[in-house]
Design a protein around this ligand. Structure first.
Ligand SMILES: Cc1ncc(COP(=O)(O)O)c(C=O)c1O
Length: 414
């Protein structure tokens, strides 16, 4: 019987992508600046780039590599890279500082006195808010974070643990963003948002630039393995800021030789996929409660600064049901003998789950052929989060929630 796949995909038809924006926003020099800032943070370490050679062999590909952001600054996700860099750039602009400010200067009594007490504000589905709360606390400022009604208690507690005030807003992530904009204006708070909107682009661009530290590290780690660049990058998307940063960085660095980049979204929060499908060149919002276990990706409005990069340079857009993310989590958590164990949360693991479906499921040969994944492919994933919601993590890994429907099993026994 031919079962229809649950994954949806759409290819990017752009023939000659315009890379101007990628080069402007994600030049090697910008990435170096971001990395220089991050490296000064006490306890800052490069996150590991893990090889899964036995999984790669099982799937007949050259290499599977996982940049493991679950250990970044002990904050359980990559998000702090963007938030901390944006806070730094914001303070630098307040001080009219042309020179690079050091981390030590930023935390000095003299600079704090000059700046006075600032209240940083943001809306989040968890990880970004935690990063901003952490940065505000480190730098001695206040922080207020808006979360939507479905945000889990462990995610809220994690934000509060860095001294931030958390307010729960009715509706979804996009409603929390809209509310913080209004309240910040009335209260004089400094909004550090990872998504952009009309007239608010500078800070979201700094956030995307902050993420490039991850790619600069990856390239250094690949060089140590004798690999110039990955051939394929699977990157998960909420508003698309991470994906634009990853894909923009690689296109700035390698132009036409950039890796094939695949953007992966939840099927219930697929604003980028839908924007490409509408096909008028503009970003489009989707409505609804965006219900998915991939909390970090539950966004209905593409970030306008990410969209022009993604529509030019992503090679295709894929959407997945929740069970694909759960499958990815289980594969990471039960490695083949000799491969490392990776703690990967719902939003972190969906890309690996998607690859396995693409390689193994009937009905996906069009996508397989288009991606040209073969024994020479070096495939990169970013494990963007660890077990940010530990009880839910255990439900999936221990109790088997969100199982793969039997008709979509890809490994036949025997
Ligand atoms: C764990 C995780 N992965 C990926 C993303 C996606 O990032 P973006 O919203 O920039 O697309 C997020 C966003 O919050 C996240 O928390």
């Amino acid at each position: 019987m031919n079962i229809r796949p649950d994954l949806k995909w759409i290819f990017n038809q752009t023939k000659d992508p315009d890379l101007t924006l990628c080069r402007q926003l994600f030049s090697p020099e910008i990435a170096r600046n971001a990395r220089r800032f991050h490296r000064q943070i006490p306890e800052f370490k490069m996150s590991p780039l893990l090889a899964l050679p036995n999984l790669a062999q099982m799937f007949g590909v050259g290499g599977i590599w996982v940049k493991d952001e679950s250990v970044r600054l002990q904050l359980n996700s990559f998000k702090v890279l963007g938030g901390s860099y944006a806070v730094y750039r914001y303070l630098k602009s307040l001080l009219n500082a042309n020179e690079e400010l050091t981390y030590a200067e930023l935390t000095s009594a003299e600079i704090r006195q000059k700046l006075g007490k600032i209240t940083f504000a943001t809306a989040t589905d968890g990880n970004h808010g935690r990063g901003i709360a952490w940065a505000a606390q480190k730098l001695g400022h206040d922080c207020i974070v808006y979360v939507h009604a479905e945000t889990s208690k462990p995610r809220i507690d994690a934000i509060r643990s860095y001294g931030a005030t958390v307010k729960i807003i009715a509706g979804n992530y996009d409603d929390a963003v809209r509310q913080i904009v209004v309240d910040a204006k009335n209260n004089g708070w400094a909004v550090i948002s990872d998504t952009s909107w009309d007239g608010y682009t500078e800070i979201p661009i700094w956030i995307m630039q902050g993420y490039t530290t991850m790619m600069a590290e990856i390239q250094e780690q690949f060089a140590g393995q004798g690999i110039t660049r990955p051939t394929h990058v699977f990157v998960q998307a909420g508003v698309g800021a991470l994906a634009a940063s990853v894909i923009g960085y690689y296109h700035a660095l390698f132009s036409a030789d950039a890796p094939r980049c695949i953007v992966v979204e939840p099927e219930t929060a697929d604003c980028l996929y839908q924007s490409v499908a509408i096909g008028d060149g503009n970003p489009h919002s989707i409505e609804g409660d965006l219900d998915t276990i991939m909390a970090g990706l539950a966004c209905g409005e593409p970030s306008p600064v990410a969209w022009p990069i993604l529509k030019q340079t992503a090679c295709c857009f894929v959407t997945c049901p929740d069970y694909v993310a759960a499958k990815g989590m289980r594969i990471y958590a039960t490695p083949l003998a000799g491969d490392p164990f990776v703690v990967s949360g719902e939003s972190g693991a969906v890309t690996l789950g998607a690859l396995v479906s693409i390689l193994r499921e009937n009905g996906l040969s069009e996508l397989r052929d288009y991606l040209r994944i073969n024994q020479d492919s070096q495939i990169l994933f970013i494990n963007t989060e660890g077990n940010t919601d530990p009880a839910h993590f255990r439900q999936i890994i221990w109790e088997g929630s969100n199982p793969v429907p039997r008709e979509h099993w890809t490994d036949s026994a025997g």
